[in-house]
Design a protein around this ligand. Sequence first.
Ligand SMILES: [Zn+2]
Length: 476
Amino acid sequence: MSLEEIRAFSSELLAAYARNGAPRSLVIDLQQRRLARLLEVARGTRAYRDLHRLRDAPIVDKARLMARFDDHVVDGRPSRVHAFAFLGQARPGALLDQRHIVTTTSGTTGEVGVFVVDAPGFARLRATVFARIFRGQLRPEGFALLLRRRYRMSFVVALGGHTMTAVLALRMPRIGGIVADVRALSIDDPLPLLVASLNAAPPLLLHSYATVLEVLAHEALRGRLRIQPEIVTAGSEPLTQQARAVVGAAFPGAALVETWGATEHVGLATACPLGHLHLNEDAALVEAVDADDRPVADGSWSERVLVTNLLNHAQPLLRYRLDDRVRIEGTPCPCGSPLRRVEIVGRTDDVVYLDDGRGFQVHAPIPFEIALLGVPGLLQFALVHEEQNRLRVSIVIEEGADGVVVADLVCERLERYFADHGLTPFVSFVIEETATLSRHARSKKLRQITSRVPRPTGNTLVPAAQRRRHSPEQSS
Ligand SMILES: [Zn+2]
């Protein structure tokens, strides 16, 4: 088995790396061949027994997939019962029946999802991501050498459950020290211990959640964390402007690479050296669709996406619905990649809808982040929309900074933000200082912007910036 996995990983790594600069037609050719093979494999399931074309595949979401679990796995294996029992007993990253990787979603959106992928397919998926992460770092000759030197990587992630990040961190060492020396560090460890572990074996590649990278970057700026990674990769959470700036300052020699993945597909997109996310079209088909699952044009924002995982031959995922809003760019990126660019919103942060007395304004997370960007002494913040137009802002203060001064600055910035949007008389907020921000119990993701207020219905929604242009005269 593991030899097959190593072979799949190595060959896909080199081939996918070569495709970084290949003509688009070659990528599309491969995509279509992989799709044809996937459909053939999918006919081995009860759900897709008679399926011939992707467009005839019914749209699947997590609830449907979980309800009909046994129908969606090839040859009916592993069964739902078998997979759930395995999750209860096995360590994350272990193989079920010597051939299947099993992962679960965090359950942030309702029911927990359980996903199965064949080990070679999983190896190819992650190889594709690595090939994109290493793009621009090495020439092809150097890249071949990479396979022969032990490249040290550290994953600082939640290791408790069978989440995709835990499996990614823990599965790699079992692929063998041939490809890399991979360390998995738990974000539940106290910070001084994490710093000491990283210092003891400095990684060339450091992977974590964006907010954790931010914390580690501050440790580096204070001189406690002494590593010089070549590559820093961020996943699972949006990479905020603030995180980008701090990580850049702390690790000036490193390329900071953002990734977009899901439990259902580990490598949907990877950022290019210019910082644009590109779809991994050789491993996935991503359809941007509206609320009725109809395709939206390139350059328009979708309501959600339909993902077809081209490399999972155990539980074929065809036109699987994810709630991410994306915008796919049809024109080529100046970086020269044959893969299309994609922008994503709403990955973990919520959109906040604020009532300005005439209707609801839509506030995306990024403007809030920018409003609080560069407040001296502010380490992290979390904003919760608790009741309609009432917000709570939790702030974490940098060591040695004055909490009262920082809170005043945050207050000033937010007041200005709401005044700019004509919301001053309508919106109230409280600021509280806290030692740490709480993470989601299972996923350990930190949500910077959370809304507990239901999304308003009707046609009264206006993007905040647009509303501001049309009604400039309302600030106090
Ligand atoms: Zn690019």
